[in-house]
Design a protein around this ligand. Structure first.
Ligand code: COM
Length: 521
């Protein structure tokens, strides 16, 4: 369908996308200027997710011409369709359910009734309404950003300057590849049985209400989905080879934060096996259990009708084999600091390349490629250092070094934290932040933890950590503050104007800032 030059409202996009998804294989949506077939685009972005959309917008903003092609009938990629957005929906449900369960029968909360929280119902709510996000992506990209796109079509790379879509060829000076990654099941006998799901298939394929869950993995995805599943009232057991939150990419997670997270998972009823090796998914056609070897080397069987895989993902680099791009040993496309691959004029971004599979990296990598293509060749992107977060029923956020990392690097480390070291959390109603006041007053110990690590010699803050509510928003900015070229000192933090108690950091730093020789708090 040619949509160029026609105003398409959000409501119309919803209907169009719904219809396309219900009847895939329809004619693509073309939003192309009339000379598209003769034009030579500055770049063709293959994939219209975060990298493609932001890269194309950055290119247009600089006077360039970009074409975005995606197999789906919407822009925004997997984020609004099956990844970040549903994960946030599930995590918000987990947070609400957690309060409902904890305060069951108190104040205005009705008695907790486990039958009221249905994973299927929450999933269905998301699926029914996810096109709201899709339509905003298409509307904004077309009407506001002026993106040219072909949506709902496969792109075939003919060569690095030619892309074929639906029988027509389009020319470009540069190619930007951003088609992402997919979950890859671990190699465990029985893994293909019905009843084994990942973050994508739980949306598309789940057709029964789970009664018990085994989560395989102990990293972000495992904890985020596992916390949601447990919060619905479906008892959840984690089988993790590494310690929970102890996987390689999560090296800045502080020990006190990890301990709090693990304690809180257990408080909610989850069972955790660290050092566990899953051996077999049991059952005839459908999952009935998981056999695993525990940390002591003993074999155990857990009965379950639902297995959630919070394990790895694999870059979808295979479809670009004809370009002869250099790949690393995990199949990711190797890029330089400009996002350029081993083939000049071919760039790769997002989950196709190494580094965290996170939104900021995808968007900024797309922008970095676009800026370089547009001549800003001194613009580079280093994604080795970044703030991070995950949801359990809490928000867990961090930036900079953990306490143990800081002690390895600096000889004089001071720690400011709440609850203070040596105080039993259940005796301490702080931190009391937005979203944790009820816990702080009636369930001290469940209210969260905040922690700041300072190199006392330079007085600079070198790491910040928090488990609570609403904190990941402030960590986006705290990250910028503490990573300024000259850093950010305890004395500068003491000058920050806090709004209410919020994240608690300014007040705690102010209490110590006057000291010549800094001490822990
Ligand atoms: C967000 C998708 S859901 S994008 O990064 O704005 O394209």
């Amino acid at each position: 369908m040619d949509v160029y030059g026609r105003f398409i409202s959000l409501a119309e996009w919803k209907v169009l996308i719904d219809d396309w998804l219900a009847n895939p294989g329809q004619e693509p949506f073309y939003n192309l200027k009339p000379d598209a077939r003769e034009a030579v685009y500055d770049a063709i972005f293959i994939g219209g997710g975060a990298s493609g959309r932001f890269g194309a917008a950055a290119m247009i903003a600089r006077g360039g011409r970009a074409l975005v092609i995606d197999k789906w009938p919407f822009l925004g990629g997997s984020c609004p369709h099956e990844a970040c957005v549903p994960h946030h929906v599930f995590s918000e449900a987990a947070r609400e359910l957690d309060y409902a369960r904890e305060f069951s029968g108190e104040y205005w909360y009705p008695e907790w009734d486990v039958t009221k929280a249905s994973i299927l119902e929450i999933r269905d709510m998301f699926m029914k309404n996810r096109n709201t996000g899709h339509s905003i992506m298409n509307f904004q990209s077309k009407e506001q950003l002026g993106l040219e796109f072909i949506l709902g079509a496969w792109a075939t790379v003919v060569d690095k300057n030619t892309v074929e879509v639906d029988g027509a060829r389009y020319k470009c000076r540069n190619l930007v590849l951003c088609v992402g990654a997919r979950p890859t099941p671990p190699d465990i006998p029985g893994i293909t049985k019905k009843g084994v799901y990942d973050w994508a298939t739980i949306l598309e394929d789940l057709d029964y209400e789970p009664n018990r869950c085994v989560v395989i993995g102990g990293g972000k995805t495992a904890l985020e989905y596992g916390s949601f599943i447990q919060a619905t009232g479906c008892p959840t057991t984690y089988l993790s080879r590494s310690p929970i939150l102890g996987t390689k990419g999560l090296h800045h997670v502080d020990d006190d934060i990890r301990d709090f997270v693990v304690r809180m998972l257990k408080h909610r009823g989850s069972v955790i096996h660290e050092g566990a090796e899953p051996l077999e998914i049991l059952g005839e056609d459908k999952v009935t259990g998981v056999r695993f070897r525990d940390a002591d080397g003993n074999e155990q069987i857990i009965s379950t009708d639902f297995v959630f895989l919070g394990t790895g993902e694999r870059a979808l680099s295979g479809q670009f084999g004809s370009l002869g791009l250099e790949l690393n040993d995990r199949g990711q496309i190797v890029v330089d600091a400009h996002m350029e691959t081993s083939v000049k004029g071919v760039y790769a971004c997002g989950d196709l390349i190494d580094g965290p599979m996170e939104m900021f990296k995808a968007r900024k990598a797309g922008v970095c490629a676009a800026r370089n293509i547009m001549g800003e060749t001194d613009y580079t992107f280093d994604y080795s250092d970044f703030p991070d977060f995950l949801h359990t029923t809490y928000e867990v956020a961090w930036t900079g070094l953990s306490e143990s990392e800081a002690r390895e690097k600096y000889s004089n480390v001071v720690v400011i934290q709440m609850p203070p070291k040596g105080v039993a959390p259940q005796d301490c109603g702080l931190p009391a932040t937005d979203g944790s006041m009820f816990f702080a007053f009636t369930r001290p110990g469940l209210n969260g933890i905040i922690k700041s690590i300072i190199d006392a010699d330079s007085r600079k803050i070198v790491g910040m950590h928090s488990v609570g509510f609403g904190n990941k928003n402030s960590f986006q900015y705290l990250d910028v503050l503490i990573k300024q070229p000259n850093g950010f000192t305890i004395d500068q933090m003491a000058e920050v104007n806090e709004l209410f108690l919020n994240d608690g950091f300014p007040q705690l730093h102010r209490l110590r800032a006057g000291q010549k020789v800094l001490k822990d708090l």
